[in-house]
Write a protein that binds this ligand. Structure first.
Ligand SMILES: [Zn+2]
Ligand SMILES: [Zn+2]
Length: 193
């Protein structure tokens, strides 16, 4: 796979080397520059990735101020500057979302990344009584089959967790109801005597 993260290093040696590496944060420590520097260049071919990386490095990168229309689906779904196709169409067509040509796309945005329970959720789950935890796990398994995006899934699961957390009263009642069975057994044994 040619999609190894951060493997954009070139093979041949650089002809001229600066004594100090160029840093675009040298005179500018603004949040915008920081944000741009932290951008991940996804769903593009190696060549387009280099172009965008160059723009970022030399402060030529201009983020979009509003969504752009995707050339594939025609909707205002393009969030990133210099890309002409949205992430979804990129995944669907398997093409570079900038030049729309190359099919050798580096670092595909992994929407299908398996959902992981994060720290926030794990904390809430830990606090739940055993039975509710099982209820939640069953619910989560079912939900994971509905092709939701991780974001939607998380939102839904958090809501479920909130609901499970809130009504403590009901749970106690349920437990009480379950222990009812014991009584009838006692009755039967007393009949034998
Ligand atoms: Zn699209
Ligand atoms: Zn490209």
């Amino acid at each position: 796979m040619s999609t190894q993260r951060g493997n954009a290093s070139r093979q041949r040696a650089q002809k001229y080397k600066n004594t100090t590496a160029f840093k675009n944060t040298m005179h500018d420590k603004s949040d915008k520059t920081k944000m741009i520097n932290s951008l991940q260049i996804n769903d593009v071919c190696t060549r387009c990735k280099e172009v965008i990386a160059w723009k970022i490095k030399y402060k030529k990168y201009k983020p979009l101020t509003q969504l752009k229309t995707c050339v594939a689906c025609g909707e205002k779904t393009v969030k990133r500057a210099y890309h002409v196709m949205c992430v979804k169409c990129g995944i669907k067509t398997g093409k570079c979302t900038k030049c729309c040509k190359s099919e050798e796309v580096v670092e595909v945005t992994v929407e299908e990344k398996p959902f992981k329970v994060d720290r926030e959720m794990r904390f809430i789950i830990k606090e739940l009584p055993e039975r509710r935890r099982r209820t939640f796990n069953r619910y989560m398994e079912k939900k994971m089959e509905e092709k939701l995006s991780n974001e939607e899934l998380k939102e839904d699961l958090l809501k479920k967790l909130e609901a499970l957390k809130v009504d403590d009263k009901d749970d106690e009642d349920d437990d009480f109801g379950l222990s009812d069975g014991g009584e009838s057994l006692e009755c039967e044994s007393s009949e034998d005597e």
